[in-house]
Design a protein around this ligand. Structure first.
Ligand code: ASP
Length: 342
């Protein structure tokens, strides 16, 4: 008989683990080691669950690369003892964190599932229980003793998505996430429906490599009609800036004016990496399709293709942290490393 799956629940903070202080009305974190007592349903799951918590749980607005490294270290330290990991995280920056961890954990061969909730776990109408219970169930799925999912996923409101394909789209609805350019991996209804053909293939022959060094000398610039030369020039002039995600229009289009192209050209010649992603909520950059992106293609702007901004900025920090040679940077950025782009 197969042993039960062992799941490590990593609590980083967020609404899911908060309770209302009835005197002040404010939400604050509760002691998560008592989680199993608070949710007796967890005992019915056919797996062994252990919990570990950030010493000081955070609202995910305070998430940063150092804390991503802490999550990566917890996973690495417990990698051989557990079959899967569920990361409880505030929903606000969950897509950034799931993207970052997907790059930081190379050759992952076990599930790392991010989840959270819009209402605290103790709230009468909470969405936390379903999210948590199903995330654990998905993390514990095994076939012939091997994990079914071997990538960083994000489970929210009945769907498991590839983490680095997601974006938060709603501040109020339980259905708070979407994966605009890649279908969901699993759907939870009466049964769990697995879209196995969409999963990343299991790599059991390679060892997990944990990359903790991220470089945050980066910026995101969202284009808008009327953006001025002084604003852009000031950004490109920031000392030590190494890379910029440029959120352009439609299929990767931007002004054709000389001052704009010249600024980009100078920045790229100085060694800065400029990545073109679309500010549309779905679809892909296709430089050269319109005249308004041809010059960007010619001067060496990198195509983000159909990547989300969340995955683009974390991939940029990761590749800069890897100290990739300048000549290889464009090619590597334009390659899908963890299923984050086509
Ligand atoms: N502000 C909270 C956070 O992201 C919201 C949530 O938990 O969903 O930490």
């Amino acid at each position: 008989m197969l042993s039960k799956s062992k799941i490590l629940l990593i609590y980083t903070g967020g609404t899911i683990g908060m309770k209302k202080d009835f005197e002040t009305g404010a939400l604050r974190a509760f002691n998560f080691s008592k989680l199993l007592q608070r949710i007796p349903e967890l005992k019915q799951l056919d797996c062994e669950i252990e919990t570990i918590s950030f010493e000081n749980p955070i609202d995910s607005s305070n998430m940063n690369p150092e804390k991503w490294a802490n999550i990566a270290i917890i996973i690495a330290d417990n990698y051989t003892s557990f079959d899967g990991f569920v990361v409880l995280h505030g929903s606000d920056t969950m897509s950034y964190s799931a993207s970052a961890l997907s790059f930081m954990l190379e050759n992952l061969s076990k599930p790392v599932i991010f989840t959270g909730s819009q209402l605290p776990i103790g709230d009468l109408r909470t969405d936390a229980k379903e999210n948590l219970i199903t995330a654990i169930q998905i993390a514990s799925l095994r076939e012939n003793g091997k994990p079914v999912i071997s990538e960083v996923g994000l489970y929210f409101e009945y769907k498991l998505y590839r983490g680095n394909r997601t974006t938060k789209i709603n501040a109020e609805h339980f259905n708070a996430f979407t994966s605009p350019n890649y279908p969901h991996l699993v759907e939870s209804g009466v049964h769990l429906t697995l879209n196995s053909e969409l999963f990343l293939p299991l790599k059991t022959d390679l060892h997990l490599k944990v990359h903790k060094a991220l470089d945050n000398n980066v910026a995101i610039i969202k284009m808008f009609p009327g953006i001025s030369e002084v604003v852009l020039a000031a950004i490109f002039d920031i000392p030590n800036l190494k890379g910029v995600i440029l959120e352009t229009y439609g299929a990767g289009n931007a002004p054709t004016e000389d001052w704009f192209i010249n600024l980009l050209k100078e920045a790229i010649n100085k060694g800065l990496h400029v990545i073109n992603v679309t500010q549309c909520s779905a679809g892909s950059v296709s430089m050269g399709q319109y005249e308004t992106s041809t010059s960007m293609k010619e001067i060496g702007v990198i195509s983000g293709k159909d990547i989300t901004t969340e995955a683009a900025i974390t991939k940029l920090m990761y590749l800069l942290g890897q100290k990739i040679a300048s000549n290889d940077f464009k090619k590597i950025f334009e390659t899908s490393l963890r299923g984050e782009m086509v």
